[in-house]
Ligand binder design. Sequence first.
Ligand code: PLP
Length: 367
Amino acid sequence: MDRITHPTLLLDKEKLLGNIENMRRKASVHQIELRPHFKTHQSAGVAHLFRSFGIHKATVSSLAMAQYFIHHGWDDLTVAIPHNPRETSFVNHAFSPGVRLNLLVDHPDTIEHLNQTLDHPLDAWIKIDCGQHRCGLTWDDEARAASLVQSLKRGSKLRLHGLLTHAGHSYTVQTPAEVLTVHEEQLRRMTHARDLFAALGCKDLLTSIGDTPCATLADTFSPVDEIRPGNFVFFDLDQLFRQVCSWQDIAVALACPVIGTYPDRRQLVIHGGAVHLSKEQRRGPSGTSFGKPVLLDTRGWSEPLDADLTALTQEHGTITFHKMLDPSIKIGSLIGILPIHSCLTADLFPAYLCLDGNRLTKMRANE
Ligand code: PLP
């Protein structure tokens, strides 16, 4: 810690390993595949830790990310974003047939295009919209399902493997009970979609669901074959506020140097702004928060202080204490910030600094 000079993303590996073990156990109890989403950490070093739990399949959010993890020995990846036809030549040139690359499709035009331009056959999953309304075939749209199946049958380059959904609307609700309502609805809708495709002649399709809130809180998964949570590896305040995790589960904190103290208004200013944390925010009882301060020591961090990161510009953050400014924090001290959304914070850094002093580099370090 003494050597930290600028905003640095800290990783508590013990918490991270505990989070992976909890999710691994859940998948094992329910006999479902855990295909974690690596967009959260984007790090070969963190991915390597997953291997020690027997996890060999993963999810990514771009072909560039797939290429990075393949380079680090992963050979079964789902690209969980509808395929972008402008990248098909990249698929042809950069990915060997020996790697299992699962592509996502939800439009007959994308399927026609892939059938005409792919150099070798790949596995495809149809994205199903179970209520998020971002992308995907609406779960009960029979006419569109039939047209997707027709398009698949017209070519030989895509092997339909399964149906994949992401209940991202679990992030629009506030309580565990509401998350579980979203989850139960997605199970019903995926069952319906699977039966719809079976009636169209596509039998034995696998079903895959995403999101950390549902995967963490749920205790029933049938008919699901696979879960793809990503955020659970770090968790964050957004999950804490929704009671998906406890503060002890949050595995990353941003270490920020204190560059101003203003006791008359109970505020500190840190070097740590939107370029380090993103502008993710949450409205709580004490107003808008961009993160929660914690005290740092060599073993990690304290519970959240009675304070919030209340303002954020590009490089500066303003911490407001709700009662009294902590007198132990001085100019030049380091203070930790638990992020609102750890995926976006992690995305901004080239590496993690582990509490044991080791660095784990990320995909961004190669840019
Ligand atoms: N699957 C898809 C398609 C996603 O878009 C995401 C996250 O955005 C995930 C899985 C992982 O969900 P979470 O971030 O809640 O862990």
